[in-house]
Design a binder for this molecule. Structure first.
Ligand SMILES: Cc1ncc(COP(=O)(O)O)c(C=O)c1O
Length: 411
């Protein structure tokens, strides 16, 4: 598979999107449509549950949560997150397994910080989420990328994982439901990942920030289900399922019934990290128990139905675009990967060029695949209202048609 080399460790999605936005023509009268960022709140059809809003208001009004919280999180927040995650596990998590973080981003940073040691390396998916590579680079952890296999539902290439791991490997990362690919792994595949990690004696960092956002054949299964055979560090947040990425409420959880991450030394390290960074605002933490316990199923069902419709629309429109193919319909999350066939177009050298020209000519933003580790692919976020999605993809189609080589040139 053609890949993006080291680029993903030096770029951020926000950085590239900023450059693309700056490239939108001043003369453009049509509105800018961004399918670049995983922030559904940019589209008014996506909003959080009323109980979540009420809970934050109640928490502020109580005047009880204006002070500092313990840096590992409020006890009631830790307990509520433990209870919420335990609903889908064959064992019960304890409050002490949970550390409340500033979004899932800080949970990633926490995981990598406590695993860092001289000469360490970490196995990350390609395509993946660039924050892992940035954090690893900051902590001097060597990045080793294993491929996700598009023709197999973006499953993990487990042979590659076996070949890449050595005695200095500190963890493997999986993202399920997946960003950028929209994969949702089956129980069987997760079991194989667990068996591989167990053989290699590796903890699995399970990024479940899109947990439960699954609308295809496979239900969402948390990796923690395999916690008794392999140590799992589960990372998550309210950001996606509750559509409040700005609330910065996440968690780092040790799904580790055998207690490898519960030795006094490790717990001390985690707590010290939390002391350095602090966590999310206390009043948001205080709102969490009610949010997790009282959000009605109908809210989640509505979100899933909207995402499924958006994903279907996106795939249908992509089929009409001459130089694009989507090898796998997304089964969850909010994004999908699309392959560019650049031999069919004129004047476009690669995915970056494609996205910059698209921004300039059509005021549509999509993310170059290189940003997530795959050259000559693009990532499209489909968490948008149907009208915007349709208009954006119609513009991509006009762009592609305008740049398509005449048949004689293609021969
Ligand atoms: C795979 C993945 N992990 C982590 C994050 C960060 O989540 P948060 O916004 O809660 O910090 C994102 C955000 O898009 C993501 O896609």
């Amino acid at each position: 598979m053609e890949n993006g080399g080291d680029t993903a460790s030096t770029v951020t999605i926000k950085g590239i999107l900023g450059l693309l936005m700056a490239n939108v023509s001043d003369k453009e009268e049509r509105r800018l449509i961004s399918l670049g960022m995983g922030d559904p709140t940019a589209f008014s059809c996506f909003h959080t549950a009323a109980v979540a809003e009420d809970s934050v208001v109640e928490s502020i009004r109580s005047r009880c949560f204006n002070g500092y919280a313990p840096t590992v999180g409020l006890p009631q927040t830790r307990l509520a997150i433990a209870g919420y995650l335990s609903r889908n596990l064959p064992y019960k998590l304890l409050s002490d397994d949970v550390y409340v973080t500033s979004g899932c981003t800080q949970a990633i940073e926490l995981a990598l910080s406590i695993l860092a040691r001289p000469g360490a390396n970490i196995l990350v998916p390609r395509p993946g989420f660039p924050i892992y590579e940035l954090c690893a680079a900051f902590r001097h952890i060597e990045i080793r990328r294993y491929d996700l296999l598009p023709e197999n539902g973006w499953e993990v290439d487990l042979k590659a994982v076996e070949a890449l791991a050595d005695s200095k490997t500190v963890a493997m990362v999986i993202i399920n439901p997946g960003n950028p690919c929209g994969n949702v792994y089956s129980y069987q595949h997760l079991k194989k990942i667990a068996e591989t990690a167990q053989r290699l004696k590796l903890p699995v960092i399970a990024d479940e920030v899109y947990g439960h956002l699954a609308f295809g054949d496979n239900p969402f299964i948390p990796m923690g289900v395999f916690g008794s055979s392999v140590t799992v560090l589960t990372l998550g947040s309210l950001s996606k399922r509750w559509m409040v990425p700005g609330w910065r409420l996440g968690w780092f959880v040790t799904c580790d019934p055998n207690g490898f991450f519960k030795t006094p030394k490790t717990v001390e390290r985690i707590k010290k990290y939390c002391d350095i960074c602090g966590g999310p605002a206390t009043f948001i933490q205080a709102a969490v128990p009610r949010i997790l316990e009282q959000t009605e199923e109908i809210f989640h069902k509505r979100t899933i139905s909207m995402l499924k419709q958006a994903a279907d629309l996106c795939c249908k429109k992509i089929k009409e675009i001459p130089c694009m193919t989507c090898p796998q319909k997304p089964q969850g999350s909010m994004a999908l990967m699309v392959k560019l066939n650049l031999s069919k177009v004129n004047d476009i050298t690669d995915d970056i060029d494609f996205c910059f020209k698209l921004a300039q000519e059509e005021s549509v933003i999509i993310l170059p695949g290189l940003t997530v580790g795959l050259k000559n692919w693009v990532r499209i976020t489909f968490a948008a209202d149907p009208a915007s999605l349709e208009e954006a993809l119609d513009r991509v189609k006009s762009f592609a048609q305008r740049h398509t080589k005449k048949l004689i040139e293609q021969c």
